[in-house]
Write a protein that binds this ligand. Sequence first.
Ligand code: ZN
Length: 56
Amino acid sequence: MPRHFECIVDGCDAVIEADTDDAIVEQAQAHARENHPDLEMDDEMERRIRSEITTI
Ligand SMILES: [Zn+2]
């Protein structure tokens, strides 16, 4: 089942889709590294990302 994630940063409308939660997290981290270098990618952020993932 495809997963769907919308960037949690205000004003950023990036959307990530992948087949697994892990793939979403990986792509979200890569997206954040490129677009939100101020964002700290710690365990807390990973939990936030995972909590925002929806199944479509
Ligand atoms: Zn973003």
